[in-house]
Design a protein around this ligand. Structure first.
Ligand SMILES: Cc1cc2nc3c(=O)[nH]c(=O)nc-3n(C[C@H](O)[C@H](O)[C@H](O)COP(=O)(O)O)c2cc1C
Length: 201
């Protein structure tokens, strides 16, 4: 048997980069100092209790601030805030920083002008390879200007949302069982078909 070629980080990043995300700035305060870090590895986890997470590179300076602050804010950037994403990702080139302002807030400082924000108290930190998964208990929520549009990151580039010509209603979902029926299995390079409860009788 010939071993499959090992998957290297480059293709992994490329494939995962095809998952379109918003862009956030995670912010934490240590004394008088505020530290922000651009992050898109964030997700909501739980409604009871309210939990959200951010994955932080072990090399990031952000870790020191998170540890001592005990909380952080997740600030969802608007499409007008691309410069802030570059700035807080360390890729801003001009000599003067872009304009921004933080407000004192619960969990961590809140970035003015963002689409939305969540303030979190750190619940736990879990080691995962070269990152820390930082789980936060959500203690504050903020909705910004309802007409503001989010910045989007896809395929390693910043994007804008395009409005559909015919608006569709917002998506809703539930945890009710979904039954999946297979007529045939014709996959070649994917996992085998699902078996068990959701297979047809
Ligand atoms: C769109 C985008 C998303 C990013 N997402 C993350 C992320 O989720 N976690 C992370 O650790 N770094 C992420 N980064 C990289 C950090 O922003 C970057 O390494 C930053 O310089 C770390 O800041 P610090 O070392 O000053 O804390 C992202 C960068 C960009 C441009």
């Amino acid at each position: 048997m010939v071993d499959a070629a090992p998957i290297t980080p480059g293709p992994f990043r490329k494939v995962m980069g095809l998952f379109a995300t918003g862009v956030t700035v995670i912010a934490a305060r240590e004394g008088d100092e505020i530290h922000g870090m651009t992050a898109n590895a964030i997700t909501s986890i739980s409604l009871d209790p309210l939990l959200a997470l951010v994955c932080v590179d072990k090399q990031a300076r952000m870790n020191r601030f998170l540890q001592s602050a005990g909380g952080f804010s997740i600030n969802v950037l608007s499409e007008d805030q691309e410069a802030l994403s570059r700035y807080f990702a360390g890729s801003w080139k001009p000599p003067a920083p872009p304009e921004f302002r933080f407000l004192p807030w619960e969990g961590g400082p809140r970035l003015i002008g963002c689409v939305a924000a969540a303030g979190c108290a750190i619940d736990r930190t879990v080691e995962a390879g070269d990152h820390w998964i930082v789980v936060g208990r959500v203690i504050a929520l903020h909705e910004g200007d309802p007409t503001a549009r989010p910045l989007v990151f896809f395929g390693g580039r910043y994007r804008r949302l395009a409005e559909l010509e015919v608006p569709v209603p917002p998506e809703e979902w539930s945890n009710d069982a979904v039954h999946i029926y297979y007529d045939e299995w014709s996959g070649t390079d994917l996992s085998p078909p699902l078996t068990g409860e959701e297979s047809p009788p």
